[in-house]
Write a protein that binds this ligand. Structure first.
Ligand SMILES: CC(C)(COP(=O)(O)OP(=O)(O)OC[C@H]1O[C@@H](n2cnc3c(N)ncnc32)[C@H](O)[C@@H]1OP(=O)(O)O)[C@@H](O)C(=O)NCCC(=O)NCCS
Length: 295
């Protein structure tokens, strides 16, 4: 049994919890990644800044969704969750590796889920950690295996992509409306966080609308569209921006989004499986590639 105290997360806890997530995610990735993969990389310190900014914003928008566990006055774990338009989203959930398996995670998960008690739908991305997956299934979530694509994009296969433009904050209403049609809930203020970190590409025409946030490597970190043809265009636009000869990964592809696999195969990338999309009272969104924590 755990002797931990679970209490609301405060700003002063962010740095300690960032370290715990970086360590425990890296530990679980090392333990569960297929042997054919390159060695998992611990979240670089440069990305801790984005993580802390994002989680700090959750303390403002969702104070009731963010919890830490303390043992002897020291933060040893936490859970961060958000509610967006009647959807509960679990963003981070981790306990220090040496204290796992003592019931601390169960207490944290219960506190975070309480924040979503008014929400029918729920959604989050899970690692392949057997303990975490057990918790999620026992909490009533459907588990949808996720695939990912890795490789160097074959530039000879890049199609001409037309009618996709750079997006700005002026597009947020459009993005929210595409969110509602695809995942059933808008990202609202999360778009401001995403815009501050990533390149946004948008398409909005009578034939379909959609958007993608693209990281500095050329991988989409979130992609949503009203139809598959538009989603395919956005994915090509994203991966076309990868540096020639550089390996990239496209994460979070559920079977409902096989269109993304077809793009990856055409670009001569390889398919792997990794972790799960966990959902409650909803189908995996499509055409949609979810963000790992803002979903
Ligand atoms: C997931 C995590 C937060 C859970 O915290 P925890 O304090 O270890 O959780 P608990 O001790 O409350 O419960 C773990 C459950 O998993 C079970 N478990 C632990 N290891 C297991 C294994 N190898 N196989 C199957 N079940 C396992 C435990 O028996 C327990 O279930 P039970 O209460 O029904 O017996 C923690 O393990 C962790 O930080 N993991 C690494 C990071 C991670 O993967 N986070 C989730 C990201 S989505």
């Amino acid at each position: 049994m755990s002797d931990a105290i679970v209490r609301p997360m405060r700003e002063g806890d962010l740095a300690a919890f960032a370290e715990i997530t970086a360590t425990s995610y890296h530990e679980v990735e090392t333990r569960t990644a297929p042997r054919s993969w390159p060695d998992p990389v611990r979240r670089p310190a440069a990305r801790n800044g984005h993580w802390i900014r994002r989680t700090g914003q959750a303390l403002v928008t969702d104070p009731g969704g963010c919890w830490v566990a303390e043992v002897d006055g020291e933060v040893v774990g936490g859970a961060v969750s958000r509610v967006r338009e009647l959807m509960w989203i679990l963003a981070s959930f981790a306990v220090r590796p040496d204290l796992q398996g003592r019931g601390i995670g169960t207490q944290l998960m219960a506190a975070a889920m309480h924040h979503g008690r008014g929400c029918l739908r729920g959604m989050f991305a899970a690692s392949a950690d057997p303990g975490a997956v057990r918790r999620y299934r026992l909490a009533g979530f459907d588990l949808h295996p996720q695939m990912l694509l890795t490789g160097v994009v074959d530039r000879g296969e890049l199609p001409v992509v037309d009618r996709v433009r750079e997006g700005t904050a002026g597009d947020i209403d459009l993005l929210n409306s595409v969110d509602r049609r695809t995942r059933g809930a808008a990202h609202l203020s999360d778009h401001e966080l995403l815009l501050a970190q990533f390149r946004l590409v948008v398409t909005d025409h009578s034939t379909g609308s959609g958007y993608a946030y693209v990281d500095e490597d050329g991988a989409p970190t979130l992609l949503a569209a009203t139809n598959r043809r538009t989603a395919v265009k956005l994915l090509w636009e994203a991966i076309a921006s990868s540096a020639p000869g550089t390996e990239i990964s496209v994460h979070h592809i559920t079977t409902a989004n096989a269109w993304a696999l077809d793009v990856g195969l055409a670009a001569r990338m390889a398919i792997h499986t990794h972790g799960y999309l966990c959902v409650r009272q909803m189908k995996p969104p499509a055409p949609y590639l979810h963000h790992g924590s803002l979903l």
